[in-house]
Design a protein. Sequence first.
Length: 256
Amino acid sequence: TKHNKRNMQQGDEFIVGDKFRIQVVMSEGIKNHIFFRKFKKVFKKAVNFWTKAIHPKIQSKHQILIERKCSLRVRSKTLPQSHYCPNGCNATTECSGFQIPEKYLKDCRLSENDMSKINVTKPADADFVLFVGLNLTSCSKRTLARADICQQDSETDRPVSATISICSAVDNLENNQNKVKKIIIHELAHCFGFRYSMLPYLRYENGDPRTRRNNLTRQPELGKHVNEGLEADQNTIKYVWREWQTPAGTWRMKRV
């Protein structure tokens, strides 16, 4: 589905929540679906569930903008750390197949001298930006929907932007809207950080990282699991070996 970057019509974007303000940006593919009105109503209910269940300790002070993609990204020396693109930025920036509208992108930064462009002066009207797209081609038949985090806050590591791709779940809109709502609630949990890959970024109540950080990159410093990415400290998770009964036999596997 080709997304319109600049002409986001009224109804494509809306904000839900008070203590947790979630900006929802829907793609043209979703908006043009025959059951769009039903979907939008169900989606709002699912988002509203989370705005009442959780909220950030500190609300965003400045507008949330997404870093542009490029072929070569260099980490800045200045704080809060970000990146610049010495070879220029890509014409478009995507997150899990969703083309981010231009107004949600940061300026293209070409050198360390451009890092001042990271400063956003516009006040925040949302604490989280959620991009919602329709994916009826690359999803497997068993995939109802999927979620991916686009960006984390540079100071707290809190997810501040994500995408949800609606796959075969859209088939239930006509007859089982409650099922669609539950699916969206589940995917939203992943958007807000309830996923294995976010465990290394968890912090103590006072804000200190639970998993030690690299002094230069400020990223979690423990090793990586070949399939699961960065590992969290044992003060956050513990691994155990268990036997699992399957149709193919008994397997001993390492699990969290």
